[in-house]
Design a binder for this molecule. Structure first.
Ligand SMILES: [Zn+2]
Length: 139
């Protein structure tokens, strides 16, 4: 199904833009498949959600920027602590990294706002795109 990522409604017959298939989307798909929450939909943003989506995307990018700054600070703090305490405890470091990765993935799965291929909505048909070479099983 071709679906809007924001209002979760089908976009066939409406105007919409395609969600950009980036690395994150692919990784998220894999994770979702792992947790069996993948729906295998083609992702779009419909005309009605467009404006809001662009704003959400902008704030998401900001959040990620802040997140990476905080992550960098934590790593620096960790290194400083290790240097000053003079002992290196691998489990402390590993668990800190593990928690960081876990939090990151968790926030990505639930908060990720994908980019879009263009900002001009075009009519979407029900037919699957002919351009796509990869075919998945099913009907
Ligand atoms: Zn929508």
């Amino acid at each position: 199904m071709k679906m809007c990522v924001d209002c979760q409604k089908e976009v066939a017959g409406k105007k919409a833009v395609k969600v950009r298939e980036d690395k994150t989307i692919r990784v998220l798909r894999k994770i979702k498949r792992l947790f069996r929450v993948a729906k295998g939909n083609e992702l779009y943003v419909c005309e009605d959600c467009m404006k809001e989506h662009l704003e959400k995307r902008k704030s998401f990018e900001k959040t990620m920027l802040i997140f990476s700054v905080i992550a960098a600070l934590i790593i620096v703090l960790l290194l400083v602590t290790i240097i000053f305490s003079g002992r290196f405890e691998i489990w402390t470091v590993l668990s800190a990294i593990f928690i960081g990765i876990f939090l990151f993935l968790f926030s990505m799965i639930f908060k990720y706002v994908p980019g879009v291929e263009s900002v001009i909505p075009v009519p979407v048909t029900k037919k699957p795109e002919a351009k796509r070479k990869k075919k998945r099983g099913g009907k």
